[in-house]
Design a protein around this ligand. Structure first.
Ligand code: PEP
Length: 251
């Protein structure tokens, strides 16, 4: 049985003070939750405040991106050891916004994932098609290209330590969620890619999160699908009550 993960991606929202206020409200609401791992990904500057606020709770902290070099003249970038020192346990890699606005490619996703794994971080590698791809029947082709050129290039051992987030771009921040059946079908396809590239054991153990307008009112339906091993939540993770009710979808 794969353990579920509910992760919140705050994107470029929340100052340190807002982060502390969030955790003060959120931590007690999820303290009894045992059915899933709970992850929050604040912006870089709020990571230390989040790590401090999440101490002695069941919440762990993720970064939203990382650079693959150890150190050097890479203005604006953050290394894996900086994230580890700050207390991060996870890092989101290849989010569609990074691909769309900041030039992430399959190649950089692989480099970032390898560096993160070498530092002991758990990468959440995002893949997913645009609306035009889905409408022209290219969803599988796009997901396979992103899988084969990204996580598919990891070693079997590395691959066994990552999570994948299936995030159809047309559902991110649009309020338009994939139906549970659409999401499950894409997850099944990605699992098949993992079986072909690695092994059926790797595929069976792989945790695939769904992301795209997950809200308190649709999480239950999504999680009823066996293929969905959790969720990557954007907008609805910013409010403590709404994120807590997503985390506590079983109650
Ligand atoms: C995301 O940022 O990964 C995301 C899925 O956003 P939203 O939940 O707002 O669609």
């Amino acid at each position: 049985m794969r353990r579920r993960v509910i992760a919140g991606n705050w994107k470029m929202f929340k100052t340190q003070a807002e982060t502390r206020a969030f955790f003060k409200a959120f931590a007690p609401l999820v303290s009894a939750s045992k059915h899933c791992d709970i992850v929050t990904a604040p912006p870089f500057t709020a990571i230390p405040a989040a790590v401090e606020a999440a101490k002695n709770t069941n919440i762990v902290i993720s970064a939203q991106d990382v650079y693959w070099e150890k150190e050097g003249a890479f203005t604006g970038e953050i290394s894996t050891s900086m994230l580890v020192e700050a207390g991060c346990r996870y890092v989101i890699i290849g989010h569609s916004e990074r691909r769309q606005f900041f030039g992430d490619t399959e190649e950089t996703v692989t480099k970032k994932a390898k560096a993160a794994l070498a530092a002991g971080l758990t990468p959440i590698v995002c893949v997913g098609e645009h609306l035009s791809h889905r409408e022209s029947g290219q969803t599988h082709k796009v997901c396979k290209t992103q899988f084969d050129g990204g996580p598919g290039l990891l070693t079997p051992d590395e691959f066994s330590r990552i999570l994948i987030a299936y995030e159809p771009v047309w559902a991110i921040g649009t309020g338009r969620t994939a139906t549970p059946e659409i999401a499950a079908e894409a997850h099944k396809f990605l699992r098949q890619c993992a079986a072909e590239k690695f092994s059926s054991a790797h595929a069976a153990a792989l945790r695939i999160l769904y992301g795209g307008s997950v809200k308190p009112d649709n999480i239950k339906g999504l999680m009823a699908q066996e293929e969905l091993d959790g969720a990557l939540v954007g907008g609805a993770s910013l409010d403590p009550k709404s994120f807590a009710s997503i985390v506590n979808f079983t109650s």
